[in-house]
Design a protein around this ligand. Structure first.
Ligand SMILES: [Zn+2]
Length: 310
């Protein structure tokens, strides 16, 4: 197990005047400027939105429905990031393109948060030969302890940019961490009762953290990034394993065609269930105001069915 060593990058934190009470005339009520926060993935967006709670304008860089691993920012996205107060990305293994943004940042007030700073990272299964040696699994938000570290990294940036509301942000972060603790306990209790202990995933290798945390086995048709298609041989092996282990359900991933999972299920008579890694959300989910917790709770419901838990 390796521990991530990189540091959170704070670029030129100059706050003088940035968060003054902005009024046209002195007799007008004091109107604080809202923090502008840009996040890459949905869990980071949900955390930042909960911490900012009306005092920040938080946006998700990924357009609705877009696959996260193949996303690259457009020039207009880079402009948007440079105009923000805080930019939160997952880390070098999820968004390798962020390095250029950090190097090229012209806004000296911008705080760039590497959300993976201080998290415990584990190796992933990489089917993609392009993955550099030493690559670690980027799906850190699917471990509740790591999720709490991410919350800490985000709240620190909020407090640096807007120290007047330091306690407000701390309270919101504590509330969020409390909800993570509660749900972790439910996951632990529920997943300890499962008769079947192997998650077979007809998608990419996204649930390594979750499986490790709750003592489950995890088999995915694809590597850490969904770019590389599974070979016929990979699929044959998976099908054989499902038959041998009498696996009842195959899980499929969010926002992509469940073609691979369907193929596997078709060969094995296994049922299909969604297991959502929450990288991004669809337009409908945005409209419904879905939260990271909604996704995690639904995942647990499906795991309960798929793994025969109580
Ligand atoms: Zn992923």
């Amino acid at each position: 197990m390796k521990y991530k060593q990189s540091i959170v990058l704070f670029i030129g934190i100059i706050l003088v005047g940035s968060f003054c009470a902005c009024t046209k005339r002195s007799e007008e009520p004091v109107q604080m400027k809202k923090l502008k926060v840009i996040t890459t993935l949905f869990p980071l967006y949900d955390m930042a939105k909960s911490i900012g709670a009306g005092k920040a304008e938080v946006s998700l860089l990924l357009p609705p429905g877009v696959e996260a691993h193949s996303f690259e920012p457009k020039p207009s996205d880079i402009v948007k990031i440079n105009e923000a107060d805080i930019f939160v990305y997952t880390g070098e293994f999820m968004e390798p393109w962020a390095e250029d943004i950090i190097k090229g940042a012209v806004n000296k007030n911008l705080i760039i948060v590497d959300a993976s700073h201080g998290t415990t990272m584990i190796p992933g299964v990489f089917h993609d030969s392009d993955a550099p040696a030493g690559s670690l699994d980027p799906h850190i938000w699917l471990d509740f302890d790591n999720a709490k570290v991410i919350v800490k990294n985000i709240v620190q940036a909020f407090q640096l940019q807007d120290s007047v509301n330091k306690d407000f942000y701390e309270q919101k972060a504590n509330d969020y961490r409390g909800k993570l603790t509660e749900l972790d306990a439910v996951y632990k209790k529920t997943l300890a009762t499962c008769k079947d202990r192997k998650i077979v995933y007809g998608g990419h290798y996204a649930f390594g953290y979750l499986a490790t945390r709750y003592g489950l086995k995890y088999l995915a048709a694809q590597g850490v990034s969904p770019d590389a298609e599974p070979t016929a041989n990979d699929l044959i092996k998976l099908v054989e394993q499902i038959k041998r282990d009498k696996i009842k359900y195959v899980f499929y991933e969010e926002l992509t065609s469940p073609r691979i999972a369907e193929t596997i299920a078709g060969e094995t008579k296994a049922g299909l269930l969604l297991l959502n890694a929450a990288h991004n959300v669809s337009r409908d989910q945005v409209d419904q105001g879905i939260t990271f917790f909604d996704i995690l709770k639904k995942d647990l419901d499906n795991l309960k069915v798929g793994l025969s838990c109580q």
